[in-house]
Write a protein that binds this ligand. Structure first.
Ligand SMILES: Cc1cc2nc3c(=O)[nH]c(=O)nc-3n(C[C@H](O)[C@H](O)[C@H](O)COP(=O)(O)OP(=O)(O)OC[C@H]3O[C@@H](n4cnc5c(N)ncnc54)[C@H](O)[C@@H]3O)c2cc1C
Length: 51
């Protein structure tokens, strides 16, 4: 079993978590996003409907 070490965790892959991951990537910061469901679940299944 391989052991990976990471210093930066983002909890939640919603709008805020995905944006944070983008910024960390641009800054060259290795990180891991932990999401208990699917990435951007709210956008996928709970989007507001506009007329
Ligand atoms: C019903 C509803 C409909 C909406 N529709 C729209 C829309 O159509 N257009 C729009 O612009 N905005 C909409 N919004 C608003 C928009 O969804 C939110 O403003 C935005 O999603 C907030 O982003 P967030 O990353 O802060 O939270 P969230 O999107 O809620 O993301 C948080 C994530 O963290 C995860 N998480 C939480 N706890 C843990 C844990 N302990 N471990 C791992 N993962 C965890 C959750 O599974 C979730 O994926 C809607 C909101 C609601 C409630």
């Amino acid at each position: 079993m391989s052991v990976e070490k990471v210093d930066t965790l983002v909890v939640g892959g919603g709008q805020a978590g995905v944006a944070m991951s983008e910024h960390l990537t641009k800054c060259g910061v290795p990180h891991l996003v932990l999401e208990r469901g699917r990435i951007a679940e709210r956008w996928r299944s709970q989007a507001w409907s506009f007329p």
